[in-house]
Design a protein around this ligand. Structure first.
Ligand code: EZ4
Ligand code: CO
Length: 403
């Protein structure tokens, strides 16, 4: 028995908001978990502080699975982004503690390394096709083997994925939601040109990816998938919203462009049909939003039975703690595909000292016991919470669209 005696929720904003759970055991061993839900941070803080922490204190930190079952199966109101993010933080922190007790990095507890490192993809973006490709050239020079390309759409003042600060894309940009304008026809016309030019300049020995960010209907996504086939994308991401999982049957019937989805999924139930019917190629659920390492591991095993590989979400709103957890997971599973890697700012990296390192297009979680990521609480306290929202999107006629 390793009794949990404290669980503290830490909010910090070193450029953007992060929520971190820090669990302490009676032996003085601590573990950290990421609890950041972009634009909804304080809901998770309250969920943890007001509802989970009181019944976490006194439990055995070693019983990771039982604690997971207690909070998921045991609670009547189960699931959803807030509860699953809070549960993920508890789960990650407990894996961190178990690793420290064992004196082993978490990937060893998950079965050991299946590969030498974790291939990551970076984000190249720009207002024009030329600007985007110039950024991609820089990523290639930094050693990246896979690059996501997003570009501005002529006629639209702003577009998802295009940022001013090239290395640190941050969509939660307003103290109230900013409004973007969207045109599906303009986007469908422009995007294939980006990839045509990209192959000309970048060649064929680099993986290219693209995020549609839930903007298309299934038949529109099918059209884009077909138009992109000549450029052999690694994946087309979030082609259409997936509340209705059978939507992906329509896309699948029409195109061989590989499909990825899942960054907003909270559990295996959000993608059971997508996986079972082999409607997707990559599942993008993450440790922080899908119930932690414990649940993600089950999800990946299920996906492996159906030729679906992983591609964990790794945007800047997922803290270095989540990145650490993702890397241990990625290293240890057989059906890893790729890991998204948006670099954090130097301010964020200083608040979260970490053992993971980047070299030759790959990240490695390092050999420190546990997750290998910590939080500098004194430094964190210097950056108070700042309200921030993700944008919304409206069509040219003013009606709401999916952002
Ligand atoms: O919009 O993480 O693939 N990456 C993405 C991100 C998401 C943000 C939302 O919080 O889609 O840019
Ligand atoms: Co995405």
């Amino acid at each position: 028995m390793l009794k949990i005696i404290d669980a503290k929720v830490i909010v910090t904003c070193p450029g953007r908001n992060f929520v971190t759970l820090k669990i302490t055991t009676e032996d003085g061993i601590t573990g950290v978990g990421d609890a950041t839900l972009n634009g909804r941070e304080l809901s998770v803080v309250s969920f943890l502080r007001d509802h989970m922490v009181p019944s976490l204190i006194g439990r055995d930190a070693h019983q990771i699975e039982d604690i997971w079952q207690f909070f998921y199966r045991g609670s009547y109101w189960r699931g959803g982004p807030v509860a699953m993010t809070a549960l993920a933080a508890v789960d990650m922190a407990l894996w961190d503690i178990k690793g420290k007790v064992a004196g082993l990095p978490v990937y060893q507890l998950l079965g050991g390394a299946c590969r030498t490192g974790v291939t990551v993809y970076g984000h190249a973006n720009g207002e024009t096709i030329e600007d985007t490709i110039a950024e991609a050239v820089k990523y290639k020079a930094m050693g990246y083997k896979a690059i996501r390309l997003q570009t501005g759409v002529p006629g639209l003042p702003s577009t998802y994925g295009v940022s001013k600060d090239k290395m640190f894309y941050e969509p939660a940009d307003g103290s109230l939601p900013t409004e973007n304008v969207w045109s599906t026809p303009a986007y469908l016309k422009h995007t294939p040109k980006l990839f045509e030019k990209a192959r000309e300049v970048l060649g064929w020995d680099v993986h290219l990816l693209h995020d549609v960010h839930h903007r298309l209907t299934p038949i529109e996504a099918a059209r884009l998938g077909k138009d992109l086939e000549p450029y052999r994308l690694f994946w087309m991401e979030d082609a259409t919203p997936a509340e209705n999982q059978s939507s992906f049957r329509i896309i699948r019937q029409h195109t061989t462009t590989p499909l990825a989805i899942g960054e907003i999924f909270n559990s295996i139930w959000d993608c059971k049909q997508l996986i079972e019917e082999q409607l997707i190629d990559y599942i993008r659920a993450t440790a922080v939003h899908a119930g932690g390492i414990t649940h993600l591991k089950k999800l990946a095993s299920f996906a492996d039975l159906h030729h679906v590989r992983t591609g964990c979400h790794g945007a800047t709103d997922l803290s270095p703690v989540c990145m650490g957890a993702a890397l241990h997971f990625d290293l240890s599973i057989p059906n890893f595909g790729v890991q998204e890697y948006m670099r954090h700012t130097p301010e964020t990296d200083a608040v979260f000292p970490h053992a993971y390192t980047f070299s030759d297009g790959m990240l490695h979680p390092g050999e420190a016991p546990g997750l290998g990521v910590d939080i500098d609480e004194a430094l964190a306290a210097k950056y108070p919470y700042k309200r921030a929202y993700l944008p919304v999107a409206r069509r040219l006629d003013g009606s709401m669209h999916d952002w």
